[in-house]
Design a binder for this molecule. Sequence first.
Ligand code: COA
Length: 376
Amino acid sequence: MARYTHIIGWGKYVPSQVMTNHDLEKMVNTSDEWIRTRTGISERRIAGPKETTFSMALEASREALQVANFDPRDLDLIVVASATPDHIFPATACLLQDALGARHAAAFDLSAGCSGFVYALSVASQMMVAGTYKRALVVGAETLSRILDWTDRSTCVLFGDGAGAFVLAASETPGGLLSFVLGSDGSGGDLLIVPGGGSKLPASESTVQERLHFVKMNGREVFKFAARIMPKSAKQAIKAAGLESEDIELFIPHQANLRIIKSAAQAMDLPMERVFVNVDRYGNTSAASVPIAFCEAIEQNRLMPGDHVVLVGFGAGLTWGAAVVQWDRVLPTPKPKLKTLLRRWLGYRRASLSSFFRRLGRRIDTLWGIITGRRL
Ligand code: COA
């Protein structure tokens, strides 16, 4: 049985529409200077009218599957972490499963706020190590712009939209995802909440008037929680992987606030050169934040084979999650099965049976032409 889970594909998607701090100055009583000094954010991406959590998840997933050189039909599992799914049900993961044509995959959404992606990685990895599944797609995707109160300066300046995806493969080769630490403290649930729209306060005229379908946050308390839990959970995950802080080549924290990231790095004795930051360009993209940052770290050649990376998320719940990854992208892509190769060669994909036989006929004709010398 495979005892390890490796990241063999990765992809991200961010909407093209950029909203700068100066754009926000025209909407609420804020300033570029306030936002940059208190959060480190300069701009964020906002989904276009036709974009949704699903559509962004699909783009990121296609990229990740391409990197992994994987046919979606070979996926066993799809997990989407999101606080802003397209619907309460069906799950965004099921929309993704259908659009990708991943017809052999089980699919579900996972709700753990901004820690969702690390939670989803852990769940998928455990299912693979247990031998239940061999290949999984794990996605973090959010359209937070749709649940922000654009008249509330204390929250609307902080968040952005986007998606990130990993393809995971079970393997006998040591390495990959080495350890996980997950935790929660539900007593802090009220500190970061969308009060309306659930079964407690279903949508009504009054919930809309009272703006209860938007994010409400006690920023100061969430800040204190985050500054405490980020280094604590990261250290626990490093220890669980049998490593020390100095063994960590790159720290990829949830991108919520540069001050929180700096304070966590300091508590872990990590110089900022070993910390990945992109909060300045995307703001807080919740469950999408860690995979987007991971993809950009790869794009910027910040990861070398054998490097140890710590991922940490924290957020609504309250929840937190940390993982240690041994990066080994030299891993060969698993060889496709003979069945898959045949399927690709015949190119029947989603074709009907009759077109399958027509193509088969053409292939046989080509082959016969080569054998008889009619074709070279
Ligand atoms: N522009 C200008 N002023 C603002 C503002 C904005 N966008 N948002 C808040 N303010 C004001 C407040 O009203 C307050 O004014 P007051 O002193 O007159 O009441 C003042 O700025 C300071 O507010 P405070 O809450 O002390 O600021 P802060 O230094 O704690 O920074 C946050 C606020 C939200 C940036 C910070 O608390 C934070 O990042 N918290 C964590 C949030 C988070 O990460 N959430 C997601 C978790 S996944």
